[in-house]
Design a protein. Sequence first.
Lengths: 372, 372
Amino acid sequence: MAAFPFAIAAVDGAARTGVLKTSRGDIATPAFMPVGTAGTVKALTMGQVAATGANIILGNTVHLMLRPGSERVARLGGLHKFSGWSGPMLTDSGGFQVMSLAKLTKISEEAATFASPIDGSRHVLSPERSIAIQADHLGSDIVMQLDECIVWPSPEPRAADAMRRSARWGARCKIAFGTRHAQALFGIQQGSTFEPLRRESSERLIETGYDGYAIGGLAVGEGHQAMCDTLDYCTGFLPAHRPRYLMGVGKPIDLVEGVARGVDMFDCVLPTRAGRHGQAWTWEGSINLKSARFAEDETPLDVTSDCPASRDYTKAYLHHLVKSGEILAQVMLSWHNLAFYQTLMRSMREAIAAGRFEAFRREFHAGLRQAA
Amino acid sequence: MAAFPFAIAAVDGAARTGVLKTSRGDIATPAFMPVGTAGTVKALTMGQVAATGANIILGNTVHLMLRPGSERVARLGGLHKFSGWSGPMLTDSGGFQVMSLAKLTKISEEAATFASPIDGSRHVLSPERSIAIQADHLGSDIVMQLDECIVWPSPEPRAADAMRRSARWGARCKIAFGTRHAQALFGIQQGSTFEPLRRESSERLIETGYDGYAIGGLAVGEGHQAMCDTLDYCTGFLPAHRPRYLMGVGKPIDLVEGVARGVDMFDCVLPTRAGRHGQAWTWEGSINLKSARFAEDETPLDVTSDCPASRDYTKAYLHHLVKSGEILAQVMLSWHNLAFYQTLMRSMREAIAAGRFEAFRREFHAGLRQAA
């Protein structure tokens, strides 16, 4: 395994800050990874994404295997060359999309079989195929094991079965991944909101041994408090010296509370998806620019930001773009939200390094309360 | 009137190159003006537009009076501040949109009355109101007279009536415009494809006297050859020492043939509109990136371009974005097309300055023929 060096520079409570060194560049942690689903962080150029301060972006195995096809991406030189993102890239394994996106999915011990939502064609995703797609075709820097994802809520026996199958699939992924010096493989903890299952899952992952450890099966409808309650124990089950990645999370408050519980990496479509629907995040929570109250608001979203979308345009202009259905509304608000998320992560890294993360966390919550 | 200085640096046949100096910056001519319909050049940031080399963009009176309302734009500091474009801006008068876009339009000697396509509300656009919107509310640098636009083909008596009404409306516009030192007023030649009407229109315009002269009523369905045939005579009817602006034109071949006949300025939605539909312009004509023949084409649209959209991404990637319905496809192809148009204009300016415009024109046509 690659075991990209992970140097933790400071710890403050359970929160930590450091650097994960990959063969394509350093990732300052805690890190938020914009989601570049199908080879594009939706509505943005890679230059705009990089300008927000993102060190790493995410790609989706299932989206890319369906279109344009992972073999085609391979023939075109891999996902970095194809998409124009030269920094580190993490790919998810497809486990989550098989549950959430695909149709007519059947899961066996061997593999997941599903129908393409694009054209109905049948596809098979096994642990071995997921690794081949991620590591060989797409050329991902951080490869995720294939896992079996379940809906929330699920009964404990169902959660246990899926967690154990995920552990077995992870072991197969590790064999398929083999020895690679410029790529890393992350395992995924499952077990829903059941503490014994999260513990057992972690023990199985550690037995197999990975370069990093993800927390899956959260942000699937359980709500912020149940997520925090689960993170209270499940993060600590994972090795302290390797990066911990909370998958598919989340709102800014989720990121702050995740970091407070020792999470190092996050990804979520929320900043771009919500941005495409007129929603913008600020230190006082989220606002929807479609609201008539912004029609003559001459203030920008964030006058202190380096991001043109945050700093150089009035809310009145953004309101006009949203109301008019202009593509630029989707561009601007996606860009602003990603910039806000990166500013939030940088603020947390600085607070942890300075030993004042708890103060930062209190101020963050006070900002939200003030607006509410 | 402002009479922005217009210095013609070189003439080559009927083609000429020079600089129109405005209070917000210089416009190198022949110039192509990207259309920023409703305060946004669709899909692009103003930074991206400026990076293509555009000196001036266009705004639309009717779009902006309907949404967000020109008085609102005025309260927000004018269209430059509102949209973030600090260079020169030309606004059209609304004459063309009243014909092409509005519903239930009625034209009287006093004004055009029409229904908003957004909400059906009734609006009145008189010459005086058009000037107030453009010059006072939006703060346009180059204000266009209100004209009566007609469909093509129209019988000569109909074309004559509309041309004469346009001339009378122009004279009212000039009175309403008054004396302004930092803004210019352009008149609009009409007369369809009838030479005597184009001549009479020009005589009336010159009698009133404007800072620049536009050619309206072309690119409305008459076709490339009929447009060229009309330009053969109608450009020469206009004063040689003031800028000539061919409205709503066009394809690259139209720009080359317009310049060959003495046109200095152009605008058209084509590069952005076609870009949003997957079409890209090259020196060999236009291609549609949706075509499967680009699925594994590893060449960029224009390796010699400074524009990232033209230079840094393969046709295979752009094909993937178009096929996937990604917003980034619309961004990239709008950006590329505007960059291509600006490169075309710059090439023509350089060719005219070097006295080799005819050679350039032959090479341009040879490139198109080679591809056909």
